[in-house]
Design a binder for this molecule. Structure first.
Ligand code: CIR
Length: 263
């Protein structure tokens, strides 16, 4: 999918009050802002025009805009985030997304969906059933996606330790310079799934599990800094890699994909 725009929101001064299970310490908000700016510049280098929303201290996790909506080329599905403290974030992205002029739909209670659990891979979408995205929400989303011509399937990650969302451990890279389409993944249990097994796979080496969350943007792959083996494997597969320092977002369970809504 070719992207032209992205919606981003910098971390608020109370970013450290957000949800986390990472046990990596308290994030330095000033450094997070520097890292966020570098992320934005990387998206611009990939050819995207950015809509920069203002920081929103009503919601300490609001920099993770990806969780609030699922976009297809034709429509947008506003989510209902699984964490109660994050539900209000959806209102905050609505007017920016409305300017895209796409058909709007909404996940309704008791359904919950976090955008981080939704992984588009060409015309098929993997829907992670996690501690944030429930089956009711997954079914609602699958029906909306079907109207737009996408097939989808559920992947239950509730028993997979150490990942918050499906895309914390699995990224669709699309086609590379060698014209093979591929996945980057840390979750061994997923490698055998038919939707995953039929494409090339780059397995993230142990001790670099954070590398499972990468973002393909037009011809480039954004990857977190400090993962030399993963970067080498992705480059060797023919992708252009841009690395970005993510230490402060990682402390809050965030990865590269969560920081933008690409459209
Ligand atoms: C949360 O727990 O909801 C945030 N601290 C992190 C969300 C990361 N989002 C994502 O991976 N899509």
């Amino acid at each position: 999918m070719q992207f032209t725009r992205a919606i981003v929101r910098p971390p608020a001064p109370n970013f450290a009050d957000g949800l986390t299970s990472a046990e990596l310490g308290v994030p330095d908000v000033a450094l997070a802002l520097v890292q966020h700016e570098a992320y934005c510049e990387a998206l611009e280098r990939c050819g995207l025009a950015l809509t920069r929303l203002p920081a929103d201290d009503r919601f300490p996790d609001s920099t993770f805009v990806e969780d609030t909506a699922v976009l297809t080329p034709k429509s947008v599905v506003f989510t209902r985030p699984g964490a109660e403290s994050r539900r209000g974030e959806v209102e905050g992205v609505r007017s920016a997304i409305r300017t895209l002029g796409r058909r709007e739909r909404e996940i309704m209670a008791p359904g919950t969906v976090d955008g981080g659990d939704i992984c588009e891979a060409g015309s098929h979408v993997l829907i992670g059933i996690s501690h944030r995205t429930n089956e009711d929400g997954g079914r609602q989303l699958a029906a909306f996606l079907a109207e737009d011509g996408f097939t989808s399937s559920f992947v239950d990650i509730r028993a997979v330790p150490s990942i918050l969302h499906l895309k914390s451990g699995l990224s669709w890279l699309g086609e590379n310079a060698l014209h093979a389409a591929g996945w980057l993944l840390t979750i061994e249990a997923l490698a055998m799934m038919p939707e995953v097994a039929r494409f090339d796979q780059i397995r993230v080496p142990s001790k670099e599990e954070y590398g499972g969350n990468a973002v393909r943007v037009n011809g480039h792959v954004l990857l977190a800094e400090g993962l030399p083996h993963t970067a080498e494997l992705v480059r060797a597969a023919g992708y252009d890699v841009i690395t970005i320092s993510m230490s402060e977002f990682r402390k809050m369970d965030g990865g590269l994909s969560c920081l933008s809504l690409r459209c």
